[in-house]
Design a protein around this ligand. Structure first.
Ligand SMILES: [Ca+2]
Ligand SMILES: [Ca+2]
Ligand SMILES: [Ca+2]
Length: 244
């Protein structure tokens, strides 16, 4: 009887501990989960080899992908041998309904890749030249709205690159609230709410017909199965025949 009661007690303790750990895990997860900064996209521009597309003029996005609540990745593909110039520009506001759109700053972090250009600036209503530079296809690699000089922030990232015959380039533009692991990225901050989000871009040049994504190695049958297995089968068959 004592053993049965002991087992029941142990089982109850285990169940209670499991429930307790599950509750604590849920509590920790719910405590750690933070909402993304509230952002709104005022305007975007893409300059692809001199052809511009802008939300302000009602143009459709020349990219694939979508932005959800302002966040996500937009991609475009460029092909054709020769030199290319691609720029993606975004004018976001942070918590505009709470503290306006001109209390914000930007920052560049890391080292740009070869051929990569960038710019953070006021979008041109007051003093910024970023929109002019986007249309020119030549970003100025400078920050016109650093911390301490808050205003209306817009930012852009660009690529200058060359393709050989048969090559194509896939360029991603990503807006995220997660600190990027990319070598170079831009940050947009609203200091009054002490929150930030990030913008980075990648360039992937592929040979014609190269499938996107990591190459999956094709497994080949080991030498054993190709050479040794038939020999073993022959030997086994001979042994069986001799035994008859
Ligand atoms: Ca703001
Ligand atoms: Ca500028
Ligand atoms: Ca802005």
């Amino acid at each position: 009887m004592y053993q049965i009661q002991s087992r029941i007690s142990t089982s109850l303790v285990s169940t209670s501990l499991a429930s307790l750990f599950a509750f604590l895990a849920m509590l920790i997860t719910s405590t750690c989960a933070q909402a993304s900064p509230v952002i709104s996209l005022q305007d975007w521009i893409f300059n692809i080899d001199g052809t511009t597309h802008e939300a302000w003029f009602g143009d459709p996005l020349p990219t694939t992908g979508t932005l959800l609540d302002g966040y996500g990745t937009l991609s475009l593909e460029v092909s054709g041998a020769g030199t290319h110039n691609v720029i993606g520009y975004f004018d976001y506001e942070m918590y505009e309904s709470i503290n306006t759109f001109f209390n914000e700053s930007g920052q560049a972090s890391g080292i740009p890749a070869i051929g990569q250009s960038w710019e953070i600036d006021e979008p041109g209503f007051l003093f910024g030249d970023i929109v002019d530079n986007v249309f020119l296809g030549a970003l100025d690699n400078s920050n016109g709205v650093p911390a301490g000089f808050e205003d209306d922030v817009a930012f852009a990232l660009g690529w200058d690159f060359s393709l050989l015959d048969g090559e194509s380039a896939v360029i991603d533009f990503t807006i995220t609230d997660l600190l990027p692991t990319a070598d170079f990225f831009l940050t947009h901050t609203d200091p009054d709410v002490d929150e930030s989000f990030y913008f980075y871009s990648t360039l992937d040049i592929q040979a014609s017909g190269t499938p996107a994504g990591p190459n999956v190695p094709v497994s080949e049958p080991p030498v054993f199965y190709l050479v040794l297995a038939p020999l073993l089968i022959l030997l086994l068959r001979r042994r069986l025949c001799q035994g008859q």
